[in-house]
Write a new protein. Structure first.
Length: 510
């Protein structure tokens, strides 16, 4: 595992004026830029303007008026409840996000996410999530529907991280777009509304065939072309919409059949034909008819009372607000602003585990492995030791290696034991299981305990390539031939989704 490529964050930036949502994959290497080195002023904070609300699923810090804050909280909570009716996941696997609502673009500007080239974006909202934390930032403005769509779209991606299965690009993006139109009216939740910008794009450009759409991968270069990206989003939305709503209003029979079939037969082409009960030429014809037919059903579900009902906003302390803004800046890769907010937080109150974690993550995104270890060791010297700090410390230790130099048997075992202890305290930590997976191939003699942890990780996160690769390695080492064969078969089917590093790691097992 290499430090600079081990953590990729999906940020979806809403830029007003575009006909479709522009989504950018931003990793640490791309976000290094002169803009990050420029002098940065601490964004001013007027504590009287801010209130907070803590709910089971998320925490909100708001600068906007209380009535609009409560409306937003209730709608987002109901969105998650409605999503759970369709996409059943174990919500314990999700990072509880911090949500920061700001009064207009002027207040949001110091926190806007940087583009991959390091320049300022024109984003009015973003949802940044990594293996260890999640943050939503949003500026209140006139075109509220567009902002809500981007937050709901990214909310689906965040939510699907807890799904114990992997989703192809067309399905995940199609689901995210279909649910991004969520709205509440008279106690009912609605989604699946037509997205006019997608309809327009599908009419102006020649759509891909369904076969071509099924083959789209994250890493095949398609997403480097903004026009093709727009078409993929539009067509993914249309295909999922067709499979959810075309048979009968809201029944979703085709998508349900597809998901059942694909579990038994991983051939997407065959699964699609069976889901439509037609050969591929007829599937394409039916899909084209749906696109150009001009009729769209919507899903309507009764909503239970939100946890936000009767909620009262409460005052927020200045140290806590600076901490929330530090996380917000970090989510947008505004590292200097994040550091200034943290410095102000530490000036006002003693450091705790959250502030040490912030220091560690700030160093992480500067690609400063030594800085991460300094934060972890500083916390321990202060008597603070948490599973999360232990895990990010292991990340940094892996980064400190020279190239792909082996750790050595003793260090690999020590780090693996530390990661296992952390996972016992954080049993749903995706980061923890990914670390165990990365360390597993460096162990001289993996044992039954190592196998047991990875087996749990595989059940929780079956869409993680690193865990899959390590299951191949460990079962091979332990002589569990039947399982090795089964995991290899799955790996061969998913090679197109592996990064170059993961592909090389897998091939090295031959």
């Amino acid at each position: 595992m290499r430090f600079q490529s081990s953590q990729t964050v999906f940020q979806c930036l809403l830029v007003l004026g575009l006909s479709f949502t522009t989504c950018l994959w931003a990793d640490q290497e791309k976000t290094k830029s002169p803009a990050m080195k420029e002098a940065v002023m601490l964004a001013p904070v007027n504590l009287k303007e801010w209130r907070k609300a803590t709910l089971p699923r998320f925490t909100v810090y708001s600068q906007i008026p209380e009535d609009r804050t409560l409306d937003w909280i209730e709608e987002f909570d109901q969105f998650l409840s409605a999503l759970n009716m369709i996409l059943k996941v174990d919500e314990r696997l999700l990072n509880k996000p911090k949500i920061v609502l700001m009064r207009g673009n002027w207040a949001f500007k110091p926190f806007r996410p940087l583009r991959p080239d390091g320049k300022d974006s024109e984003a009015v909202g973003f949802f940044g999530h990594t293996l260890g934390w999640s943050v939503i930032g949003m500026a209140e403005q006139d075109k509220e529907d567009l902002t809500r769509r981007i937050i709901f779209h990214e909310g689906v991606h965040w939510y699907l991280r807890a799904a114990q299965r992997s989703f192809p690009v067309w399905m995940e993006e199609g689901l995210a777009e279909a649910f991004s139109t969520f709205s509440v009216r008279k106690g009912f939740g609605y989604w699946g509304g037509a997205i006019e910008s997608h309809n327009r794009l599908l009419r102006e450009l020649k759509p891909m065939t369904v076969e071509q759409l099924l083959l789209v991968k994250r890493n095949d270069g398609t997403f480097n072309d903004s026009l093709k990206t727009g078409l993929i989003y539009a067509q993914s939305w249309a295909l999922v919409h067709c499979m959810l709503f075309a048979d009968q209003p809201g029944e979703g029979t085709r998508l349900g059949r597809y998901l059942e079939i694909i579990r038994e037969n991983p051939n997407a082409y065959t699964a699609m034909e069976k889901a439509f009960n037609a050969d591929m030429s007829q599937v394409n014809r039916q899909f084209q008819d749906y696109i150009f037919g001009g009729k769209y059903f919507m899903k309507k579900v009764p909503l239970q009372p939100s946890a936000a009902n009767g909620l009262k906003l409460e005052a927020v302390s200045q140290p806590e607000l600076h901490e929330a803004l530090a996380w917000l800046a970090l989510g947008g890769r505004r590292i200097p602003q994040s550091e200034l907010q943290l410095k102000e937080r530490e000036r006002l109150a003693p450091a705790d585990d959250a502030t040490w974690m912030l220091r560690a993550w700030q160093a992480f995104y500067r690609e400063d492995g030594a800085g991460v270890l300094a934060a972890v060791n500083g916390a321990k010297a202060s008597g603070i030791s948490t599973p999360d700090l232990d895990l990010i410390g292991i990340y940094a230790t892996l980064e400190q290696r020279d190239g792909d130099t082996a750790l050595g048997a003793d260090l690999a075992r020590s780090l693996s034991d530390t990661a296992q202890a952390a996972v016992l305290k954080r049993p749903f930590s995706q980061m923890g299981y990914r670390l165990l997976a990365s360390l597993a191939t460096e162990l001289q003699s993996p044992n039954a305990r190592d196998y047991g942890f990875l087996k749990v990780g595989w059940r929780l996160f079956p869409n993680e390539p690193d865990i899959l690769i390590s299951m191949v390695a460990v079962t091979k080492s332990l002589g569990i031939t039947e399982e090795t064969t089964a995991y290899r078969k799955i790996a061969e089917q998913r090679l197109g989704d592996f990064s170059k590093r993961q592909t090389a790691r897998y091939r090295a097992l031959d």
